[in-house]
Ligand binder design. Structure first.
Ligand code: PLP
Length: 438
């Protein structure tokens, strides 16, 4: 059995000086203890206790090229040697912006920032400035970063009921310390319900600046949009003068070089991307319509950030895009094949061990859940999953040398190989037996 004593000791040490002991609240939930990394390469992470893991956490998404990718490191290292950050303009900004406008179908122009949260903040600000309206429609189970104006907790069913009688803003704040007024302009709706969306947008069109949506509900079950749903969202927002923001911080560069909107053929007015774009370096972007970005060109809308477009971040973005689009983007097929094999293998193991569960997969990302349902196509159903059992599963998987996120979301990188998938399936099978035996 593996031990995690050094990680436990490190956490105790961190708690003396680092708020919460971890640098992002979510990371504190890992059991039996938040792990301390020592080093990594490819798909393997080593912790301070000397344990090695096949990694499917991938730093919560950014490491689409895996750890310490030689080509990426070489390009970023070269950029760093030249100069990290200038506060002046440099060619890397233009090159990255141009490349982004080439790969993201909706982007005439882009703006660069450092995190998904900031990209969403800018997209919301642009939408309000462009429309002259205040309210923003967002959906249950989606996550758009932790800024006060959009961060909500996942609501209870009766809160959802109230919020659905839209316009009534009964949106629960995500954390203590958020002003009671910070979400007053947010309308929270259930996702994948075209009728609810249409009724709300038609009734409140005069007040609604933007609809913001993940194109696939990656943060809650990797739920796909129903056929026609995103098209309906696009049609309605266009007709009613509402900005459509697709938040592709997870799906961007993952479902295709053009993200989910490239894959599905939906053109939002604005898209937010981050995570995979930086390959582990802080980088995000908003892309979209030229006439919306004119608000920044004309300095009517402020877009700020000391480190925006720094030389390391732009080199990282360019390196990721170069790797992902090499050989006609062949790596997308490889990642998806591996994801299909792993997701399908897990479904087979559910059947073999008589365990009720669902795996929702698209491209190189999937959500695995223990749930007594045949399918999960709505947030309400997703809420019925056995989250505690999954957290136990994730904990036991560490003993097997497999690192997975405690909430069920798995990422496949460009450097996972069939042998990793096979080893992981064998580990899952043993873990299912351990779980069943208690
Ligand atoms: N939007 C989506 C869809 C996300 O999943 C996330 C993070 O998980 C964010 C925005 C926020 O990104 P960041 O954590 O880089 O601020």
């Amino acid at each position: 059995m593996r031990t995690y004593e050094k990680s436990r000791a490190k956490l105790a040490e961190a708690k003396q000086v680092l708020a919460g002991g971890v640098a992002s609240t979510l990371r504190g939930s890992m059991k039996p203890t938040p792990l301390y990394a020592e080093s990594s390469s490819g798909v393997i992470v080593r912790d301070v206790d000397g344990n090695e893991y096949i990694d499917y956490l991938l730093a919560y998404g950014p490491l689409i090229l895996g750890h310490a990718h030689p080509g990426f490191n070489e390009k970023v290292g070269r950029a760093m040697a030249k100069g990290i950050s200038y506060g002046l303009q440099h060619n890397g900004e233009i090159e990255l912006a141009r490349r982004l406008t080439e790969v993201l179908p909706c982007a005439d122009k882009v703006a660069l920032s450092g995190s998904g949260t900031e990209a969403v903040m800018l997209a919301l600000r642009l939408s309000r400035a462009y429309t002259g309206k205040r309210k923003v429609v967002r959906f249950h189970g989606h996550y758009h970063g932790w800024s006060d104006s959009i961060f909500t907790s996942f609501p209870s069913p009766d809160m959802m009921q109230k919020a659905t009688s839209a316009g009534e803003s009964s949106v629960p704040p995500g954390t203590k310390g958020q002003s009671e007024f910070s979400l007053q302009d947010v309308i929270l709706l259930p996702w994948n319900e075209p009728e609810t969306l249409e009724a709300t947008l038609r009734e409140h069109a005069g007040d609604i600046a933007a609809v913001i949506s993940e194109p696939v509900m990656c943060n809650s079950g990797c739920i796909l949009p129903k056929p026609g749903y995103l098209e309906k969202m696009r049609e309605l927002t266009r007709e009613l003068g509402i900005v459509l923001i697709l938040d592709e911080v997870i799906t961007g560069f993952r479902l295709s070089p053009g993200g989910a909107h490239g894959r599905f053929g939906i053109t939002p007015d604005l898209v937010t991307v981050g995570k995979a774009l930086g390959g582990g370096i802080a980088l995000s972007a908003v892309g979209g319509r030229r006439d919306i970005f004119e608000l920044i060109d004309s300095e009517q809308v402020s877009h700020l950030g000391t480190l925006n477009g720094n030389g390391v971040a732009t080199a990282a973005g360019l390196a990721v895009l170069e790797e992902l689009t090499a050989n006609g983007g062949a790596v997308y097929g490889t990642m998806e094949d591996n994801a299909i094999k792993l997701a399908g293998g897990i479904r087979d193991l559910f059947a073999k061990r008589g365990i009720r569960g669902v795996v929702n997969q698209i491209g190189p990302v999937f959500h695995m859940m223990f749930i007594d349902e045949d399918e999960v196509t709505h947030f309400d159903t997703f809420q019925k999953r056995d989250a505690a059992k999954y957290a136990k599963f994730a904990e036991y998987m560490l003993d097997e040398g497999v690192l997975v996120r405690p909430n069920g979301l798995w990422y496949i990188s460009a450097v996972h190989e069939p042998s990793h998938i096979e080893a992981t399936l064998a580990a899952i099978d043993r873990t299912f037996v351990r779980l069943t035996e208690g």
